[in-house]
Design a protein around this ligand. Sequence first.
Ligand SMILES: [Zn+2]
Length: 87
Amino acid sequence: MSPVRTCVGCREQAPSNEMLRCTTDGIRVHFGRNEPGRGAWTHPLEACVTQADRRRAWSRALKVAGPLDTSALLEELLVKNGHERAV
Ligand SMILES: [Zn+2]
């Protein structure tokens, strides 16, 4: 059994193997399953990432004072989900 994590976007709980762990350099949010430091978990869904963004949940979850840029994370998500990147 994987440990259960709470999605920063929709606040639903799911096993960590169904979620993405994200970390930050203080400016951007990016994938970081094995990176040290504080992590935030989200479903691998654009809707959850943007929902968390709107509620500033990323900053809260990652203990950063300012707003965080999730554009890199969204791009990683599109690649992961196999979509063509819209330029
Ligand atoms: Zn979610």
